[in-house]
Design a protein around this ligand. Structure first.
Ligand SMILES: Nc1ncnc2c1ncn2[C@@H]1O[C@H](COP(=O)(O)OP(=O)(O)OP(=O)(O)O)[C@@H](O)[C@H]1O
Ligand SMILES: [Zn+2]
Length: 722
């Protein structure tokens, strides 16, 4: 009699196919086994979720298909991994199969059993010459797809630095206590060194143990990767440190994944996706810059890798260290003495007694109208260039100008497909929509009235760079060369390797003034920056999103943290690091707290506001979003969803407050109208149970002829922006 296996496969999102599919097979398959199964005309990757112990009677009339094959050479995924996937699916309202399969490397999805067998076979000795292109070869030869970590061979040994007193005490706390920890350490206080020590202590003590170290965006911090490789590969071998992030090729991802799954990799360094890595020996999870929004996945299953890290840590008995100079308010609250869910560890001082930069507010209402850079700021930058010091200019808006404008007829460069302007990019003379990507040539004259004088309105990083080049054209560096201005944003870093190249130029001192978006503000350990300036940060103060002040404060404090990191350099230069903020609202509380580098005061004030307004972390939220051909159709779906919840008398409905549907801030994207509805509850599990029971009704509604115009709907639990 055949056995039955329940298999998790990735069925199309929100399709009516149930959570797990049943298949027959001749032998009992262990849960966690990777298989290929037929579905319709296709064959898909699946994970055996459970297998009834006894061969089951198949009810008459039901015909089950059989499993196509078991993926060879890969041990079943552990019970702990399956629990994590199960929890994430339940919590973020997705199917187990979707989370399980998307958490696996793409090649496992795509390869047949034969291809996989070939991949897993020991490498053949390399041929002297191959006619294949280098790329084709790398794709094909598994071993050649080499370490997922593209860094030079490490130095034979890297001597351990002596820990500062604060590092020593924090490290001892981590060793002695179970955690989870919130490492609240100033910018430049040496948090990375603490992570390295914690990992080192773990690996030395336990030959099976594995550590997961997560960072927001790995490409921004090649330095961090180098430090881990240099520290651990001499002792633990080339495969001891592997990366996991979306910038890797598929063969690299498979290789990293297998190294982690088999326990050969001792450290996985990755972005949010690495939270789902198979790590049988997991004992430590580090979440660096835990406040960073990129830990939240913004499409598909909208999970928070930071929150899952805490869950996974608890579930597997792994220590969890969250680190930040500007923790999320959620983590700050959770590590409050009274709440006490996390142990807060503090490192207030910078390494080498470096001082935090002095914060200077420039009141732009007192400056000449319509200027980008106030004269005193330009003087300060000029002085830096002459002394050979570096400056960093922050503006969170790329392109030359956010909109083109005709003063005669009021025409604006609106995107035809979105409720947004097309951004003017001067370099390639295009108008580009940053929401849907729609791109056009810049018109020679106003398309509406023919006026040849169409004007850029507002500033982007491209314009800042041009303006600085003009203002500094006669300024010389100490070596007599003219000042060099560079820019780092999504536009200048598209080409592979270009970001690394520009960061390297910055570290080498080849750049005097670096203009950039938030990409330049995070995590970098630049040694020669003595001035950071935020030229137009105010708009975030007036956002309708209640998290906007938190995000702004974080960004500016992190940006300030790039200045004056090397105490010896600052001293030798006789310089004083500064953070400049050009603002029209110099009295604003956000800036006052920033001036004092007072994160605790800022957090306290924000938390009080959140408490008064009943917002997270004192309440829990979810968003249901609907996309449709018309705004009416999108909102009608959401209204019907609320009604059906009431009609059906869903459990916990009385504990959940459902707001009326509203259009999203950017209402239309790529010709799709978007609406959303906020749900709030003071009890997290009530919200979750309500959502879980509501799901099937949302599926059902979507299938009704009334809601034909609906393109998609989705649920976002713990949304980051509303
Ligand atoms: N004990 C130490 N002795 C000497 N230098 C150290 C020590 N610990 C760290 N450093 C150096 O201090 C600098 C700052 O450390 P690190 O980059 O880890 O700071 P951080 O706390 O992560 O800062 P940020 O939050 O701004 O990213 C680095 O150049 C690092 O090599
Ligand atoms: Zn558009």
């Amino acid at each position: 009699m055949p056995h039955i296996s329940h298999v998790a496969v990735q069925t199309p999102a929100h399709s009516a196919v149930g959570e797990l599919l049943s298949y027959t097979c001749d032998e009992v398959l262990q849960p966690g086994t990777l298989v290929r199964v037929p579905l319709g005309k296709r064959e898909l990757l699946g994970v055996v979720w459970d297998t009834p112990a006894a061969p089951a009677d198949i009810p008459p009339g039901v015909e089950l298909r059989s499993i196509a094959c078991v993926l060879p050479g890969i041990a079943p995924l552990s019970r702990g991994w399956r629990r994590l996937v199960g929890f994430a699916a339940h919590y973020y309202q997705r199917s187990v199969g979707e989370i399980a399969v998307t958490a696996l490397p793409p090649q496992l999805r795509d390869m047949t059993a034969e291809q996989l067998t070939r991949r897993l076979a020991p490498p053949k000795p390399a041929k002297a010459k191959s006619s294949k292109s280098k790329k084709a070869q790398a794709e094909e030869n598994f071993e050649d797809a080499a370490a997922a970590i593209a860094v030079a061979a490490p130095a034979p040994t890297t001597p351990l630095v002596a820990l500062s007193a604060e590092q020593t005490s924090v490290f001892a706390q981590i060793e002695q206590n179970p955690g989870p920890f919130l490492l609240y350490g100033s910018t430049g206080s040496g948090k990375t060194e603490v992570y390295l020590r914690a990992v080192q202590a773990l690996l030395d003590a336990n030959p099976e143990a594995q550590a997961l170290v997560m960072v927001p965006e790995i490409n921004l911090t090649p330095q961090l990767q180098e430090r881990f490789v240099a520290r651990f590969t001499p002792q633990y071998g080339q495969e001891a440190v592997v990366s996991m992030h979306s910038g890797m090729t598929n063969p690299q991802r498979l290789k990293s994944w297998l190294a982690a799954h088999t326990g050969r990799a001792r450290i996985v360094l990755g972005t949010r996706m690495s939270i789902f890595a198979s790590l049988p020996g997991l004992k430590l999870i580090v979440v660096d810059e835990e406040h960073d929004a990129s830990y939240k996945q913004q499409e598909g299953a909208r999970y928070s890798a930071r929150d899952l890290a805490l869950w996974r840590g608890r579930d597997t008995g792994s220590k969890v260290i969250l680190g930040s100079a500007t923790p999320s308010l959620e983590s700050w609250y959770a590590s409050d003495g009274e709440v006490g869910r996390y142990q807060r560890l503090e490192m207030p001082s910078r390494i080498g007694a470096a001082a935090l930069p002095r914060v200077r507010l420039v009141d732009m209402t007192q400056q000449p109208k319509r200027i980008v850079f106030s004269p005193p700021l330009i003087d300060a930058i000029t002085d830096r260039v002459k002394r050979g010091e570096q400056s960093l200019i922050l503006l969170n808006r790329r392109g030359f100008a956010p909109v083109l404008f005709c003063a005669d007829c009021n025409w604006k460069s609106d995107c035809p497909h979105c409720s947004a302007h097309q951004v003017f990019h001067k370099g390639d003379r295009t108008l580009r929509c940053h929401h849907c990507g729609f791109t056009q040539r810049v018109p020679f004259a106003c398309p509406s009235c023919g006026n040849p004088d169409i004007l850029p309105l507002g500033k982007g990083t491209e314009q800042l760079q041009e303006e600085l080049e003009r203002l500094l054209r006669n300024v010389q560096r100490p070596d007599g060369d003219p000042a060099r201005v560079a820019r780092i944003d999504a536009d200048t870093t598209k080409a592979k390797g270009s970001l690394e190249e520009q960061l390297a130029a910055m570290h080498a001192g080849d750049i005097d003034v670096l203009v950039g978006t938030q990409m330049v503000a995070k995590g970098h350990d630049f040694r020669r920056i003595t001035l950071v300036a935020a030229v137009q940060p105010d708009s975030a103060l007036y956002s309708s999103d209640y998290r906007a002040p938190e995000r702004l404060f974080c960004l500016l404090m992190q940006a300030a943290g790039r200045a004056g990191r090397d105490a010896l350099y600052v001293k030798a230069q006789g310089s004083a690091p500064e953070m400049w903020i050009q603002t029209h609202d110099a009295q604003h509380a956000v800036y006052a707290a920033l001036k004092r580098h007072d994160y605790p005061a800022f957090a306290k004030q924000q938390l009080q506001e959140r408490l008064d307004a009943g917002m997270p972390p004192y309440a829990f939220q979810a968003i249901v979003r609907a996309d449709a051909r018309t705004q009416e159709a999108a909102q009608a779906f959401l209204s019907a969803a609320t009604q059906v919840a009431k009609d059906a008398g869903l459990p916990y409905l009385d504990e959940v407050f459902i707001y009326p549907p509203i259009p999203m801030a950017v209402q239309r994207v790529a010709n799709v109208e978007r609406a959303q509805m906020l749900l709030e509850a003071t009890n997290r599990s009530a919200l979750l149970r309500f959502l879980n029971s509501w799901q099937q009704y949302l599926h059902w509604l979507r299938g009704l002829p009334d809601h034909k115009g609906l393109v998609r709907w989705l649920v976002d639990v713990d949304p980051l922006s509303i």
